[in-house]
Design a protein around this ligand. Structure first.
Ligand code: ADP
Length: 174
């Protein structure tokens, strides 16, 4: 078991950390679920920063990641990554989900972060099967920890007990 990874059952907006990862959508203008909670708790500064990114590069593509201020959240930055919508499984969903974790790690590492919290990207309204999403997330996070040495601590924050139990079982089997 990798001791740098902690599985937490809770609300990602309440946990102090360097980077909070948001499961955003391509528009970067906020949405429901964790995206809504991050914008609500973080305040207008986050939306303003997202609008600047939109003006510059027209949003964020699936699998990519951009960084903004964390506003009022207990973090230095928010990284917004866009998870894939589940569409049967043969539409690059796995690679796109991997890229969300990997690109978030790269951006976090490049910005001097030592700790990062991830939500369970794509497992809400984007409907990615939860077991599969958890395996992909854990594998990509474990690989990234070997590659990007600035990051000392990764929180996987599960809002739903179902996801928490899936991750607990998976991590104990590693
Ligand atoms: P997606 O569109 O990527 O599926 P959602 O926000 O709908 O994004 O769901 C992603 C995950 O975030 C889901 O597992 C959902 O339960 C979880 N979630 C919702 N609110 C929060 C929160 N405040 N903290 C952490 N996770 C959250």
């Amino acid at each position: 078991m990798n001791r740098k990874i902690e599985i937490i059952h809770g609300d990602i907006t309440k946990i102090p950390v360097d980077i909070i990862v948001n499961a955003a959508n391509s528009s970067l203008l906020g949405g429901s679920g964790v995206d809504g909670a991050i914008h609500r708790m973080g305040g207008k500064e986050i939306l303003n920063a997202c609008q600047k990114i939109r003006a510059k590069q027209g949003g964020c593509k699936v699998g990519e990641a951009v960084i903004t201020t964390a506003g009022n959240l207990p973090a230095k930055y928010v990284i917004h990554t866009v998870g894939p919508r589940w569409n049967g499984g043969n539409n690059h969903e796995t690679d796109n989900l991997k890229n969300c974790y990997l690109n978030s790690f790269i951006v976090a590492n490049n910005n001097g972060a030592t700790s990062i919290s991830f939500p369970n990207i794509s497992t809400g309204i984007y409907n990615f099967p939860k077991n599969q999403a958890a395996s992909i997330a854990l594998e990509t996070i474990t690989d990234s920890l070997y590659l990007y040495h600035n990051i000392q601590k990764v929180n996987i924050v599960c809002f739903e007990i179902e996801n928490y139990l899936i991750y607990k079982e998976l991590i104990e089997s590693l």
